[in-house]
Design a protein around this ligand. Structure first.
Ligand code: PBG
Ligand code: ZN
Length: 319
């Protein structure tokens, strides 16, 4: 009989045998920036997460800096919305101002700018709308304008989350033409139409005003299609590809990791965070243990980068 338990006898040998380790550098922390001054609004469905106005960002940025995490993912919440999402690519838009502020004051923080129109459009969809239809090709130039303006403001990386076809190629070409050939693209490649985004839409004020996102985000029943989405984004020039959400999609993540030799990111989304926080608040699970287990599982399945609202807590536990 082979005795597996020999290498499990105590923590000294277990820790030598451990195949997967988490580091603070693995994590990207999402940050919500709001218009206005002196704003620090708690997001009710996401305990511990706040919307900040630019003048209040220091509190969270200092924590990010001390925790030594990989970077932040920035989401802007404008006060004015219109059908074209003008504030998404306005020079003085709230997100551009936030990026400029962070770039200036925190040069050590790596800034990933989410690129999508849904926080900025009055209809709440991720692209241009005609009647009930979400337009694809007409949306691409707006995404390019948004990405270029955020990189001009100082963003280190762009992350398109809109799920329009062809957007990675459009972004790559637009960035190159604007002189940003060195700016990487992290594509939300296999992004599923998911009920797990519920709390985020409260946090980012980005719920669609009509219909849903199923005509552009993926059907959660589809694994093969995820592989095709990933392949397409790699061919279009993505530097990092992403699977989102995380926990219910670890099979997809693992398959992508085995199929492509590309850096992989996973997004541990708002609903996943909310469920853990709710259960922990009730004393039904041990937050630290369950979060460590979840994040380790994401890395074991193949993620190099984990975008997570637990980033600061997890980094502090690891320190
Ligand atoms: C916007 C966007 C969403 C998320 C990231 N970017 C929501 C959506 O597609 O409706 C979800 C993040 C989360 O739930 O934490 N395109
Ligand atoms: Zn969107």
């Amino acid at each position: 009989m082979y005795r597996f338990r020999r290498l499990r006898r105590d923590e000294r040998i277990r820790s030598m045998m451990r195949e997967t380790r988490l580091y603070a550098r693995d994590f990207i922390y999402p940050v919500f920036v709001m218009e206005g001054e002196q704003v620090k609004n708690p997001v009710e469905s996401m305990p511990g997460v706040f919307q900040y106005s630019v003048d209040c960002l220091d509190e969270i940025l200092e924590q990010v800096k001390t925790a030594g995490i990989g970077g932040i993912m920035l989401f802007g919440i404008p006060s004015r919305k219109d059908p074209w999402g003008s504030q998404a690519y306005a020079r003085d838009g709230v997100t551009q101002r936030a990026v400029r502020y962070i770039r200036e004051k925190y040069p050590e923080i790596y800034i990933v700018a989410d690129v999508c129109l849904c926080e900025y459009t009055s209809h709440g969809h991720c692209g241009m709308v005609h009647g009930e239809e979400i337009l694809n090709d007409e949306t691409l130039p707006y995404l390019v304008k948004m990405a270029v303006s955020l990189v001009e403001a100082g963003a280190d990386m762009v992350a398109p989350s809109d799920m329009m076809d062809g957007r990675v190629a459009a972004l790559r070409e637009g960035l190159d033409q604007a002189g940003f050939a060195q700016t990487p693209i992290m594509a939300y490649s296999a992004k599923f139409a998911s009920a797990y985004y519920g709390p985020f839409r409260d946090a980012a004020h980005s719920a669609p005003g009509f219909g849903d996102r199923k005509s552009y985000q993926m059907d959660f029943a589809n694994g093969q299609e995820a592989i095709r989405e990933i392949r397409a984004d790699i061919e279009e020039g993505a530097d990092i590809v992403m699977v989102k959400p995380a926990l219910a999609y670890l099979d997809v993540l693992k398959e992508v990791a085995l199929s492509f030799d590309m850096p992989l990111a996973v997004y541990n989304v708002s609903g996943e965070y909310a469920m853990v926080k709710a259960a922990a608040a009730n004393g039904w699970v041990d937050e630290r243990r369950i979060v460590t287990e979840n994040l380790t599982a994401m890395k074991r399945a193949g993620a190099k980068i984990i975008i997570t609202y637990h980033a600061l807590d997890a980094a502090n536990w690891l320190a």
